[in-house]
Design a protein around this ligand. Sequence first.
Ligand SMILES: NC(=O)c1ccc[n+]([C@@H]2O[C@H](COP(=O)([O-])OP(=O)(O)OC[C@H]3O[C@@H](n4cnc5c(N)ncnc54)[C@H](OP(=O)(O)O)[C@@H]3O)[C@@H](O)[C@H]2O)c1
Length: 328
Amino acid sequence: MHAIVLPKPGPEPEALQYREIPDPVAGPEELLVRVRAAALNRADLMQRRGGYPQPGPKPEHEILGLEFAGEVIAVGAATEGFAPGDRVMGLLAGGGYAEKVAIHHRLAMHVPANLSWVEAGATPEVYITAHDALVQGGLVAGERVLVHAVGSGVGVAAIQVAKVMGASLVIGTAGSDEKLARAAEIGLDIGVNYRESDFAAAVATETGGRGVDVILDVVGGEYLERNLKALAPKGRMTFVGLMGGAVTQVNLGLILAKRLQLRGTVLRARPLEEKAYAVRAFEKSVLPHIASGRVKVVVDSVFPLARAADAHRHLEANANFGKVVLEC
Ligand SMILES: NC(=O)c1ccc[n+]([C@@H]2O[C@H](COP(=O)([O-])OP(=O)(O)OC[C@H]3O[C@@H](n4cnc5c(N)ncnc54)[C@H](OP(=O)(O)O)[C@@H]3O)[C@@H](O)[C@H]2O)c1
């Protein structure tokens, strides 16, 4: 098969190379799938640079790619619920940027009929991350939510998942008015351009001084102090990314006084059981809304597999609204 391999990590997208390598071998609990589309994630940029290696033993060919959609070619003897020819999508620890992939059957899902290959390939990682983070944040109907980087793959998913979970108000930040306008089309109630305004002040204005109940944060250090100010009493925040740095200094008094809860989360490094649980929770609570068209999978751009380096350049320039996808 053809795949994009990473022979040696590097700062330039050209570290990614289009090569012919042996097909993956699927184990008894795995499905062998012919990949039609695989999407990029921010973590892929870190992995390309060598800062986020795939967990487990180093594979002979390192292939990036945390999610994909395609057709089942063969099913292992110990798999359940899938047959050759099925349209599937799923979560991977790596291997998506390739014409074929092996996936544990418990991390795979059937693709709803209304999704194209490209849309399906862009769904699992960010929708499961956003849903899981909002569930961990204890979001219940009627609460107010703040989502950072609403133009990111995770942000686009989080706005819509928060609405499906019954959020009464979704406030979001982004670095351009254009991204905020597009986010409004998929349900964002209040957009804050972080280059022009202080989001904590905007949250105070929009919530009558009370703050938001839940924050889904992907920025980390740079935003922590303002996030603590933006949270309502007994507010909860889930960190899913640290794009603005991992180290900061903060006044812990706000956490005590407002009785706040802060937690971090990752998806890729979790044990199979926990990942499978997150997949099933998404399948039950969010996928029906994607299948009905209420929740949209937003695709920013599509590149042929062989042009993965260009796709990385696009993501790295923060030029995307929604997902950047590789088509096989
Ligand atoms: N924990 C997990 O399991 C998990 C899973 C998936 C993703 N993630 C994390 O979620 C985050 C988003 O990932 P993604 O793949 O959805 O991202 P993405 O599609 O690549 O979008 C990232 C966007 O974030 C904004 N941004 C970049 N640096 C920023 C900064 N320092 N401060 C504020 N905004 C910044 C940019 O938009 P603007 O134009 O608005 O600046 C950029 O376009 C990443 O941190 C990623 O590692 C975590």
